[in-house]
Ligand binder design. Sequence first.
Ligand code: NAX
Length: 328
Amino acid sequence: MKAPVRVAVTGAAGQIGYSLLFRIASGEMLGKDQPVILQLLEVPVEKAQQALKGVMMELEDCAFPLLAGMVGTDDPNVAFKDADVALLVGARPRGPGMERKDLLQENAKIFTVQGKALNDVASRDVKVLVVGNPANTNAYIAMKSAPDLPAKNFTAMLRLDHNRALSQLAAKSGKAVAEIENMVVWGNHSPTMYADYRFATVGGESLKTLINDEEWNRTNFLPTVGKRGAAIIEARGLSSAASAANAAIDHIRDWVLGTNGKWVTMGIPSDGSYGIPEGVIYGVPVTCENGEYKRVEGLEIDEFSRDRMNHTLAELEEERAGVAHLLG
Ligand code: NAX
């Protein structure tokens, strides 16, 4: 039996948490031979802690063979202690009348504290995925608050956008999702992200050529993927949860277990390539191998793409400027 991996999850009593934890404990994220210890963080509010207890009771009641232990806490230093994987799902939602900039500030506080705690107590190799919105900027704040950890350990979730784009492309082209390779989503996890299928292939053939409908790309595909979160809220009365949890599992599984050369999208700190300033957490195509992600380099950026990539970058830069004073 392998040694257990410690997986910290914040916002564990929330709706994404409820779709996520059972799948992690059943081995869908790290493998069917990999025991896990779940370290669950919730806010120090009676109701949230009670709800967390309930979720932990249900996890117990599944008698998952791979669940080697569980901790529920309101203390980030306990939740992140020796964590190998940290899924930062909990965040402050936008309340009535709350401005975007207030939301940024509230979340900046949370992710400063959690970044510091990761810095102090997590494994030096901890793989951090930020799901809580604004995900890219929250990941940036956590990364900046954890100077003793490698910056590359901090990532943001663009995988839901990636998966949404894949399904739209499959539907349009009449091909199976599994046949589509080399899809990219650039930038911020927000409606400004740029889903780019210029390099996508199906059985080695260009998907762009197969679809051959630039009008559809601009007036249907991009807005549909960009506004999918809002469409789910309108239809379901609640924000995406199961699909978000699924994307988080895809992201970590691929990072840890590899992609066999397949491109996936991750929000990672920029190294300056593609004209994205260093340090900005930006969605790019990567492949993963031996527990490391590697940016796909050297893709040609045409004028339309450059425009879209700059647009989503401008939003990220604005968010970054909005929290700069908190990061010293
Ligand atoms: P819920 O409101 O159902 O759950 C969030 C939970 O986090 C709550 O139980 C809350 O008590 C807890 N929490 C808040 N602050 C915390 C803190 N400082 N430490 C620990 N726990 C804390 O939201 P849910 O639907 O689960 O969504 C969670 C986050 O994911 C939201 O920020 C949401 O916007 C974001 N999303 C991100 C997506 C992405 O692709 N990156 C897609 C789905 C989702 O919208």
